[in-house]
Design a protein. Sequence first.
Length: 228
Amino acid sequence: MELKKLTENIWYMPYETDRDRPNLGYVKGNNWSLAIDAGHSEVHTREFYSLLEKENLPLPSLTVLTHWHWDHTFGMHAVNGLCVANKKTNEYLREWKKKIETNGPDEFFALHESIRREYAGGREVIVTLADILFSGEMTLDLGGVHVDLMEAEAPHTDDSTLVYVREDKVLFLGDSTSGEFPTWVKSESLCRKLEETIKKIDPGICVDGHWIPVETEDMLNDLMDFNA
């Protein structure tokens, strides 16, 4: 696995299908650096950081969560710096933290084979909460690079956060364009709302959680394809 440079200020660690690991984004400003999503586990997060160090990039000061799902968040306890999430995302994490601490990880492992692969060998499941919470919108100035965080209605979950890097015109979507887990059915009305939001932002490149970065038109075509 290698770190890929997307634009002047953005790199990412590519997704992996076998363990259902999403793309992990990285944005470097003059004063701060930011990661998009925290990884599936501590191992995933540490591998990401090793790639950053190999490229002489500073570890992220902040990590933003696109939504609560485990493959994007359960590496939080291993992140450098602080984590930022919307309030709904944090409440979902609070629920799963309580479940796992009270009843153990079996219910979590039963969700999908990819989870069992990620945590093979008896790796501990640790769920932590975000340090900084927001509602609606929030803008981060990394020093010459501005990142807009926006809650959005979307078909995948009801706690989606979009992450837009203004100067690079890149929009990180998390899994917001996908259907609901585990059926993957997409609500047409929520897809139309997300389509409208993306068009309003008008990015040049869109980065989905589990696919290669694409031009916005391609992303919108995929979002509105209900036969896929």
